[in-house]
Design a protein around this ligand. Structure first.
Ligand SMILES: N[C@@H](CCC[C@H](N)C(=O)O)C(=O)O
Length: 284
């Protein structure tokens, strides 16, 4: 039996294990199993709290298909809440080591149960890396370019905001088949390691709407790093101000672009605690 807690942040849901107290082997397979919506607990991702030499704790993050991801915006808020609630750290302000670097988290509104968490997610990175993006033209950045798939033209920008994102600005999100085009773009040969795809509609200068097709998961109710990526691109292109509210299917996130980095604020809620009865414990 494996003790777990399940959290969500604007509908992006995660299973969290304490790797400081217990040892987990075959984590990719464990993620696939526990995240399965029918045969497992069901979640978009799995996180394991590990000891860190450089921060208060380390976040190990896996998508539901078992792939390792460098960073998860909604995940790290849930992770921070778990770490605080389980008294792994005794401060509301602490540092988390991730594969994308050290993130500073701050828990607020604990008294009125809004459970809001803010994170400084660092700076976006626009340079195209050959291992991430294969192009037949020699350009350093890919901002607001026409990307064509199945005769459909999209205005696409690519950036790393903790993890790799495509931001596609559309007139009307309701007219886009997110599942169909999301999958085609996620797995397109231009992206050897696949990509997260964020379809973005501009509502006004301070508000955007985003629907994400996540790498290693599929359509989700929210993507934190994707919301930040969308906010950065819409402001870079002059459509929005530096601080925006991002409406996602599972709620609203606030993104602020400050001197010290990109700040994301949003909820982190405990759903349940329990024991996962792994059918083949020896295979873990
Ligand atoms: N849900 C996340 C992003 C999780 C990782 C992503 N699917 C990837 O593979 O890069 C978020 O809230 O940022």
């Amino acid at each position: 039996m494996l003790y777990f807690e399940k959290y969500h942040g604007t509908g992006n849901d995660f299973i969290i294990f304490n790797g400081i107290e217990n040892k987990y082997n075959n984590k990719m397979e464990l993620a696939q199993k526990v995240c399965h919506r029918n045969f497992g607990i069901g979640a978009d991702g799995m996180m394991i709290v590990e000891k860190s030499e450089v921060a208060h704790v380390k976040m190990d993050f896996y998508n539901s298909d078992g792939s390792l991801a460098p960073m998860c915006g909604n995940g790290i808020r849930c992770f921070a809440k778990y770490v605080f609630d389980n008294k792994i750290v005794d401060s509301t302000d602490f540092k988390v080591e991730t594969l994308a670097g050290i993130m500073k988290v701050k828990l607020t509104h604990l008294e009125n149960k809004a459970n809001s968490v803010s994170i400084n997610m660092g700076k976006p990175y626009f340079n195209l890396e050959p291992q991430d993006v294969i192009l037949d033209v020699d350009i350093k950045e890919y901002i607001n370019q026409i990307f064509t798939v199945e005769n459909q033209n999209f205005n696409m920008s690519i950036l790393t905001m903790g993890t790799l994102h495509a931001v596609i600005i559309v007139e009307n999100l309701e007219q886009i088949d997110i599942g169909h085009y999301g999958k085609l773009i996620e797995t397109h040969s231009m992206f050897p390691k696949r990509i997260n795809v964020n379809f973005t509609e501009i509502l006004d200068k301070e508000n955007i709407k985003v629907k994400t097709y996540e790498r290693g998961v599929g359509k989700t109710l929210s993507c934190g790093t994707g919301s930040a990526a969308a906010a950065i691109i819409t402001s870079l292109l002059g459509h929005t101000t530096r601080n925006v509210n991002v409406q996602v299917p599972g709620g609203t996130l606030t993104i602020e672009q400050k001197q010290k980095g990109i700040y994301m604020t949003g909820p982190a809620q405990l759903i349940c605690r329990g024991e996962y009865n792994h059918p083949h414990p020896n295979q873990l």
